[in-house]
Design a protein around this ligand. Structure first.
Ligand code: R5P
Length: 227
């Protein structure tokens, strides 16, 4: 296991300590969350912990099922106590970029329906300013070439996310466009601009969403309270 994976595993194991019996828990997506779900599966098996998971992707749903973690869809629960998710970048104001794993639409919908949100990251994700990680957009395939041209004209440096010459598609069968912005001076203003562009289903800026961040540092996981 790489050093970075070790840090991811440790934050995943730390995060599940916040899960209590009877909770409804949003389960994020990504390589860090995968370690968290493994640790949660262990608690469910060892302690007969009774929880319900609400997965933010098919991938996470399948992993949870394989570990015997009961899951429900978002519309089958009346609340979510805590969602634990990864992030691609987090700045000093606890604003984040998500969607590097193509899951930010479902993740954001689950997050805004959660009482508390926790992000788990290794230390490389903590930055002074967002933007060196390309900002993901989930876009409707219909007219996406035209949308792409509009994004180009606005200087957003868009790139369709491709794999083996095919468009990467999300769990909602949409495409992804990554904006290579290098730095984002005003995340709120950018979010408003992108919110208003027809064809963009959701962008990966997660502003004022997270309550707690667990950062994997060399000397162990650090729990930071965001708000
Ligand atoms: O779309 C994917 C999610 O937003 C992930 O939570 C994010 O990309 C972080 O993933 P990882 O833990 O694999 O770096």
């Amino acid at each position: 296991m790489t050093k970075q994976d070790e840090l991811k595993q440790l934050v995943g194991q730390e995060a599940v300590k916040f899960i209590e019996d009877g909770m409804i828990v949003g389960l994020g997506t990504g390589s860090t969350v995968k370690f968290m779900v493994d640790a949660l599966g262990k608690r469910v098996a060892d302690e007969q912990l009774s929880i319900v998971g609400v997965p933010t992707s098919q991938r996470t749903k399948e992993q949870a099922a394989g570990l015997g973690i009961p899951t429900k869809g978002l519309d089958e629960v009346d609340h979510i106590d805590l969602t634990i998710d990864g992030a691609d970048q987090i700045d000093k104001n606890f604003q984040g970029i998500k969607g590097g794993g193509a899951a930010h639409l479902w993740e954001k919908i689950v997050a805004i329906n959660s009482t508390k949100n926790m992000w788990i990251v290794d230390k490389s994700k903590m930055v002074d300013q967002l933007g060196s990680f390309p900002l993901p957009l989930e876009v409707i395939p219909y007219g996406s070439q035209q949308l792409f041209k509009r994004l180009e004209k606005q200087g957003f440096n868009p790139v369709f996310r491709m794999k083996n010459n095919n468009y990467v598609t999300t769990d909602s069968n949409n495409y992804l466009i990554d904006l290579h912005l290098h730095k984002i001076d005003n995340p709120k203003e950018l979010a408003l601009t992108l919110d208003q562009m027809t064809g963009i289903v959701e962008h990966g800026l997660f502003l004022n969403i997270v309550n707690t961040v667990i950062v994997g540092e060399d000397d162990g996981p650090k729990v930071l309270q965001a708000r």
